[in-house]
Design a protein around this ligand. Structure first.
Ligand SMILES: [Zn+2]
Length: 453
């Protein structure tokens, strides 16, 4: 730190109590010189541990090592490759500041494209989250300089408009991100404000509240549809998007927190996600001998068919690839209950049926040269229930065995509503109807919005 920076640091120092000052000095003495950071950073760890120096020390060292091991300072200075795509799935932006000069993050979780979001590898979501946290910390530093006072926390506005019961599927992702926040970025949240919260939010909050530590409980504010006055007390209207009663429109980037239609999000995901090597699913690996072949079969339980995606590559040389489909006998059109009942029995009968089925060729056998850094990807979509058979063919090779990496998966598109009814759920009218519209909708089961809260 040069003398000018030191001067800045002095000006921007937080006012600490005597107990905080003493704890900070003790923590500094315990830490190796090389692992010291700015006072306000170390103070966040102390506050997170109620000024217990030993506990704060352990927490700080763990976070410090995590940063070093994961090269957080170097790796996360730039956005991870999938951040843009993730933002399409869950609209969110760092936008302005609150009345205390803290950076504001706006997340439209109710507008997330759920069916796309849940396809992300949780590890990717974590990486994007780390980058976001780094950007928030950077914004705190910038705001500190700008407002001539130390800013160490952020305010998060969560727009719950459109939030439905189906969004519970996304909860699995919050485990990783909240672990990161809790352990590596303690005391960075000033306030978490839900707006447009559904009517059942207070009931849910009652259940969730005891599971949180008291200091976090204090930071959560749940507002329904009439949130404007309260929100504007916290964030000045000129810092807020117009859609939240503010004055900002961020025209240069197409809106303050831009949203894209589900179809565009889905298309971008399809073309960008699976083609990114880093994001390839966990691959099966097998060696196919000379003159040999390998067959992978997946069952499609849905009477209206389902999409099956594939990805494969070989370590060297080419491999033949064909896709066959063995349709199950078509069932007469039945009521929803009957169809569901029949489907439950279908699995047990599949083996027997398979022997009598006549295979249809979906993709004829063609040889592909596809090294691991440029795998073949694609999907097929049979239009009824049956067995989808992927044939990896090396029978043309008289001497060379092939090392094959592959992944096939039946797309669970029940969250889309648009495509097909899921085999594991009842064949509701909504799902059958939506087949005609071809619209991608994540908005099923929308909850009523809280009127006054
Ligand atoms: Zn704006």
């Amino acid at each position: 730190m040069n003398s000018r920076e030191e001067k800045h640091e002095l000006i921007l120092k937080e006012a600490y109590t005597a107990a905080e000052q003493a704890a900070l000095q003790s923590l500094k003495l315990k830490l190796a010189r090389s692992s010291l950071s700015a006072d306000h950073t170390m103070m966040r760890f102390l506050r997170a541990r109620g000024l217990d120096v030993q506990l704060a020390f352990e927490m700080y060292v763990m976070a410090h090592n995590w940063r070093k091991t994961n090269e957080v300072d170097g790796q996360y200075a730039r956005p991870p490759p999938m951040e843009r795509l993730l933002k399409l799935a869950v609209p969110q932006e760092l936008h302005g500041h609150d009345r205390g000069g803290r950076p504001v993050l706006i997340q439209k979780i109710g507008q997330m494209h759920l069916s796309t979001f849940i396809k992300f590898d949780p590890e990717i979501v974590n990486q994007c989250h780390i980058h976001q946290m780094e950007m928030l910390m950077k914004a705190c530093e910038e705001n500190s300089q700008r407002f001539r006072k130390r800013v160490t926390q952020v305010t998060i506005v969560v727009d719950a408009k459109g939030l439905g019961l189906s969004h519970r599927k996304a909860i699995q992702f919050s485990r990783g991100t909240s672990f990161i926040d809790k352990n590596y970025y303690p005391e960075t949240l000033h306030q978490l404000i839900f707006i447009n919260a559904p009517a059942i939010a207070p009931a849910l909050w009652k259940i969730a509240k005891p599971m949180m530590d008291p200091s976090t409980q204090q930071k959560v504010l749940i507002l329904g549809r009439n949130y404007h006055a309260k929100l504007h007390e916290i964030i000045a209207p000129e810092q807020l998007p117009k859609e939240y009663g503010g004055q900002c429109q961020c025209e240069e980037r197409g809106g303050c927190v831009p949203e894209v239609p589900a179809a565009i999000c889905k298309e971008a995901f399809k073309s960008e996600y699976s083609s990114t090597k880093k994001l390839s699913p966990k691959l099966n690996e097998i060696v196919i001998g000379a003159r040999g072949s390998h067959t992978v079969e997946v069952e499609i339980g849905n009477p209206l068919g389902q999409e099956v995606s594939y990805l494969f590559s070989t370590s060297k040389n080419d491999i033949g690839f064909a896709v066959e489909f063995l349709p199950f006998e078509r069932q007469p059109v039945l009521g929803a209950g009957e169809a569901q009942h029949l489907h439950q029995h279908a699995a047990a009968e599949n083996e027997q049926k398979k022997r009598t089925l006549k295979a249809q060729l979906l993709l004829e056998n063609v040889r592909y040269a596809c090294p691991p850094d440029d795998p073949m990807t694609g999907s097929v979509r049979p239009n009824c229930a049956g067995i989808c058979r992927f044939v990896f063919d090396n029978s043309f090779s008289r001497f060379t065995s092939k090392q094959l990496f592959f992944h096939v998966s039946v797309e669970d598109d029940d969250a889309d509503g648009a495509r097909t009814p899921s085999s594991s759920r009842s064949l509701s009218r909504h799902r059958f109807q939506s087949l005609d519209t071809n619209a991608d909708s994540d908005e099923e089961e929308e909850l009523p919005v809280l009127e006054v809260f």
